[in-house]
Structures are given as structure tokens and as C-alpha cells.
Design a protein. Structure first.
Ligand SMILES: O=P(O)(O)OC[C@H]1O[C@H](O)[C@H](O)[C@@H](O)[C@@H]1O
Length: 575
């Protein structure tokens, strides 16, 4: 694509508002900026389209939203009249322009004769997955950039099972888009007109009630919560986003009496004014919650991201300080707790299964298998976990009790096919209360798990490479690693090398080549002589290469020393 030509096309399009024209005019002498906005369209990555909210083809704006929706509408329409009638559920998060973009998507669907159910205001992402399933919709659209910084927005697409579209399906939309002109090829219908004609319907409290009935049915142990409810306290922050209402509601239904919300962050605001990044993976954002927790003598903090699909926790250690519990650790804690709770309540299904991704700690497998639960790996993204859950359950091979990613996402129950911070927050709180009743904090519980299952340690390094140069650098880094694979990392031999792009496995000792089951994702994996696993992949949601170190040691000091040692190799990777 000739980026200058594309820029000119946009600059002269009558579809642009005066403000958008002015924005494009202002970069006319900046070819680099023009190239980065017009070199090509956004790609469907880990979680659909995601980009910064500027005027441009490689950005998120109303034109890109309408265009993507026209492509998606064609894919839905290909299902025939029945598919159009089943229609699409549409949701949005708290970001600037999310509501406007969601309504724009609804207008395009309606103009294509596709029935729309749109939420009347922001909702947690898992509720969209739920709504698609509950109302038997053909598809779903969610306008959200999840945990990204405020400049971003995104467009997630779902299919009838309530899961995000798998890559081959997303490719069909991308192919369709090549044939649709972004300005002239999109059908539109006025929102109010479409409401009047019955093509657009609104979802609100009635859908919340149905969703919440499913969430609260997941409670395992009200009795233990009730025992400690007079003294057990927690602090909660939704980071200005969608968790503000239904997470507290779930906790109240659980029987929690002392929920202390962070007042400044209970305010919905797409500028996320109190944090640099609304990502619960970044502990800095918890500073207000920590202050409040210390003042109120609380040991447990819960924080959900802006679209409330991810949740992060912090616990007080023996020095009285709060420390973040990583997604890997939180998942291990919850998996172990759920296994115990299901066994205690006699609700453990036959052939139980836990799912995790290839970049999630092996400790989860250890916990699962030590307790008679099978564990399977998938690629990053809940669409893959949903696919695996559906396949295992449809074939009768297993019943998934828990699915999780190291990146703070947890999927529970059968009513959603995406990560769900509403249900996870409630069950994490139930778990914290249960340990409280045993005289333990989650900090104690985690240490007990390490003692029992081994000292696993993980660290994800993010090599941030923004802009067009960044894209090139990232591609070069992956290429270099393929062309000159490391034979040792920080002085330790690589014994097996795997490339998930084509599923190839190379035994570095014998040179033998074989294949693995998983393939089709740009991920490299190195297995080292000491049992450490290092994985490298470009993020599908942010401009960065992620390097995951999964290691183990005889004790905490030894496993942390490994993280440091291998971290030095990672640091040298960045161009
Ligand atoms: O590692 P990335 O490709 O950036 O993805 C990070 C996360 O992004 C989104 O939240 C997806 O829904 C997750 O499944 C994924 O783990």
C-alpha cells in the first residue's frame, strides 16, 4: 500500500470531520508519521483490532470501526437470513469514544439487516460473551482496548459460542476488508431509525440480572465466608472502568461485609486520571488502594482492568508491605483452592481438566496433575482456551474446571467463553476469606504451595518497540533468533528448540527433528539443561516482544537467581 496515496485519499475524503481534516493537515510535513498511520490496516491480533485513537488507517477511529464492521457484517450475512436474525450483541468499555464507536458499529450492522442488541452503557467484557450465548446471537462486538493506555481503543469480535474469533475466521474478515472501500463501501443506517424499526434493541439491567445469577451460582463456600465476614476486609479498585458495579455486587452476594472501594478510582473515566496505566499487571496503579488498605488494616487488595476481564491482586507480606501476586501465582492459588473447594463440596466433575497457555507457569500443571486434574496448554488468547474447552467437553474427554493465562485472565463456569474478572474477583475473595478462616493470608497460602509443589518462578520481560520502526525491529529480532538460534543462554545449554509457527521441534543434542501438536503462532521456545523454559513472542495487543522465563529452583533464592541470570540474556536482546 502506498501510504502517501492513502493519506491523500483520507485527506480529501468528505467523510472526515473538520477536526479530522485538521489533524491530518497537521502531519503533512511529517512523512514518518504519515507512513505509520497509513502504511496498512490494523491486523486482527490476540484480541481483534487494537490501536491508538488517531485519524488514520492504522489507528482506531470511527471510519476504521465502520469498515471493520462492514467486513464482519458480510461474514455474518454469509450465514444466511437465520444468522442475520440471530444477530449481534454489542458492548463497550469506559474509554473515550467507546460508546460512539459501539453505536457506529450498531448502525452498520442494522443497515446490513443484522439484528443488534447493544448495551445501554459500559459493561464488563465477560457480560458480552454471556449475552452472545444467552440470546443465541450469531456474533458479538466489543469496543474495548482492555488494559492498554488511554490513547488506545480496540474492536473485539466474537462468534456464536461467545468466544473471540479464531484466526482463520478473523482472516476471513480481513480478506473481505480488502474488497471494501473504507469510505464508500460501508452501509449505514441512522441509530434512532434502526431502534424504531426494531433492528436495534437495548440490553440493560435485565441482562445484568441473568449474568449475575450465573456468577453467584459459582459460589462454593458461603458458610466459611459467613464465619469470617465480620472481620474479613478487602480493598477494591476498578481502575475507573467497568467493574465498578458488578464486582461489588458479586462480593456482596458472596456475603462480604467489609468491602472498601478506592473512591477516586470508582469514578468512570476514559482518561484514567489517577494512573499512568490502568493495567493491574502494573503494581504502580495500586498506590491508592495500598494507602487505603494500610489505613484500614486490610491484607487483600483486588483490582480489575477497565473492561473488567482481568483481575490483579496484592497481598500483605510478613513485613507488613503489600506485594503483587503475579497472574501465574494467582492462577495457581485459585486452581489449588478450587480443586479443594470442589472436592469438599462433592462437586468435582468426572475427568476434570485445567487449561493454561504455553507461556503460563508449569506449576499449574504440577498442581493439577498432583490432584488428579488433567492440564492442557493452548496459545495466548481465550479464543484458544474456549476452543479447547468446547472440544474437550463436546467429545466427553473432560470437563474444564478452570482456564487461565499468566496475563491475569481467568475463565470459570460455562456461561462465558472469555476471561471474566467478575466471577474471578468473587472466587478470589472467597479463597482469601477461606484462608483467613484457617488463620492464613494469601501470602502464607502461596508460600505453602511453594513448599508443597516446588519453588517455581516466572518473569515476563516486555521489550517495548513502538511505531513503524518498532514493528521492523520486532520482525528482525524474531528473524535473527530463527537464523542464529542460541545454543546456550546465560551459559546454560539449550537442549530443545521449538518453533510454534510450524510446530517444529529440534533436539539440540542429537539434531533430531520432530513435530509437536500445536502450530500456527509466532512463538519460539527454548528448553534449557536445568529445566528452565524461555519463550519469545511478539505481543498481539501492544508494540512489544514478550520474553517469558519459566524456571524452578531448590528454594526461593535459587529460583530468583535463575530469573536474574536469564534476565541478563533477555536485556541484551533489545536492539
Ligand atoms: O500477549 P498479548 O498478545 O499482548 O496478549 C495479552 C492479553 O491480551 C488480551 O487481554 C487477551 O484477551 C489475552 O488473552 C492476552 O493474554
Amino acid at each position: 500500500m502506498d501510504f502517501m496515496q492513502e493519506y491523500e485519499k483520507w485527506l480529501h475524503s468528505p467523510a472526515l470531520s473538520p477536526e479530522e481534516h485538521a489533524e491530518l493537515e497537521s502531519i503533512k510535513d511529517d512523512p514518518k508519521e504519515i507512513e505509520s498511520r497509513f502504511f496498512g490496516p490494523l491486523e486482527f491480533g490476540t484480541a481483534g483490532l487494537r490501536g491508538t485513537m488517531y485519524t488514520g488507517l492504522h489507528n482506531m477511529n470511527i471510519h476504521v470501526i465502520r469498515w471493520a464492521t462492514q467486513g464482519f457484517a458480510d461474514v455474518i450475512a454469509a450465514e444466511g437470513e437465520e444468522g442475520k436474525h440471530r444477530g449481534v450483541a454489542i458492548c463497550m468499555d469506559c474509554r473515550n469514544h467507546s460508546m460512539e464507536f459501539a453505536r457506529a458499529a450498531a448502525e452498520v450492522c442494522a443497515a446490513n439487516g443484522i439484528h443488534v442488541r447493544i448495551f445501554d452503557s459500559l459493561r464488563p467484557t465477560p457480560e458480552l460473551s454471556f449475552a452472545v450465548r444467552e440470546y443465541g446471537c450469531q456474533a458479538g462486538i466489543n469496543v474495548t482496548a482492555s488494559h492498554n493506555p488511554k490513547e488506545y481503543n480496540g474492536y473485539k469480535v466474537y462468534w456464536s459460542d461467545g468466544a473471540q474469533l479464531p484466526p482463520h475466521h478473523a482472516d476471513a474478515i480481513a480478506k473481505r476488508l480488502e474488497e471494501i472501500d473504507i469510505f464508500d463501501g460501508v452501509k449505514r443506517m441512522d441509530f434512532e431509525e434502526a431502534v424504531k424499526s426494531g433492528l436495534i434493541e437495548t440490553m440493560g439491567d435485565e441482562t445484568d440480572r441473568k449474568f449475575m445469577a450465573n456468577v453467584t451460582a459459582m459460589i462454593n463456600d458461603r458458610e466459611t465466608v459467613a464465619k469470617v465476614a465480620d472481620t474479613f476486609k478487602l480493598v477494591y479498585t476498578p481502575f475507573h472502568g467497568c467493574g465498578y458495579k458488578l464486582v461489588p455486587e458479586a462480593l456482596t452476594a458472596l456475603g462480604i461485609k467489609h468491602l472498601i472501594p478506592v473512591p477516586e478510582q470508582m469514578v468512570i473515566d476514559g482518561n484514567f486520571p489517577t494512573v499512568v496505566s490502568p493495567n493491574p499487571e502494573n503494581p504502580e496503579g495500586f498506590y491508592l488502594a495500598i494507602d487505603l488498605a494500610k489505613k484500614n488494616d486490610v491484607d487483600f487488595i483486588l483490582g480489575t482492568d477497565p473492561d473488567s476481564d482481568r483481575v490483579g491482586i496484592m497481598v500483605r507480606n510478613h513485613e507488613g508491605e503489600f506485594q503483587p501476586v503475579t497472574g501465574n501465582q494467582t492462577g495457581v492459588l485459585l486452581l489449588d483452592y478450587l480443586i479443594g473447594a470442589l472436592k469438599r463440596s462433592g462437586k468435582m466433575p468426572a475427568n476434570p481438566v485445567a487449561l493454561k497457555t504455553i507461556v503460563t507457569t508449569e506449576m499449574a500443571r504440577k498442581v493439577a496433575e498432583s490432584n488428579g486434574v488433567k492440564c492442557f496448554d493452548t496459545f495466548t488468547g481465550f479464543k484458544f482456551m474456549a476452543e479447547k474447552k468446547n472440544a474437550l467437553e463436546e467429545s466427553g474427554e473432560g470437563k474444564v474446571i478452570f482456564s487461565y493465562e499468566e496475563s491475569y485472565g481467568y475463565m470459570l463456569g460455562d456461561y462465558v467463553r472469555d476471561k471474566d474478572a467478575v466471577t474471578a474477583s468473587m472466587l478470589l475473595t472467597e479463597m482469601a476469606a477461606w484462608y483467613d478462616a484457617q488463620g492464613m493470608t494469601l501470602f502464607d497460602a502461596l508460600n505453602a504451595l511453594y513448599e508443597k509443589y516446588g519453588w517455581y518462578a516466572e518473569k515476563t520481560h516486555n521489550l517495548v518497540m513502538p511505531g513503524l520502526d518498532g514493528l521492523r525491529d520486532m520482525a528482525k529480532l524474531m528473524k535473527d533468533l530463527r537464523e542464529n538460534p542460541p545454543t546456550e543462554i546465560s551459559g546454560v545449554k539449550v537442549i530443545v528448540r521449538k518453533d510454534y509457527t510450524d510446530g517444529s521441534v529440534i533436539d539440540c543434542v542429537t539434531g533430531a527433528k520432530s513435530r509437536m501438536e500445536l502450530s500456527g503462532s509466532n512463538v519460539l521456545r527454548y528448553e534449557l539443561e536445568d529445566g528452565t523454559v524461555i519463550l519469545v513472542r511478539p505481543s498481539g495487543t501492544e508494540p512489544k516482544i514478550k520474553v517469558y522465563i519459566l524456571t524452578q529452583g531448590a528454594d526461593a533464592a535459587a529460583s530468583n537467581a535463575n530469573l536474574e541470570k536469564y534476565g541478563r540474556w533477555v536485556a541484551a536482546l533489545k536492539p
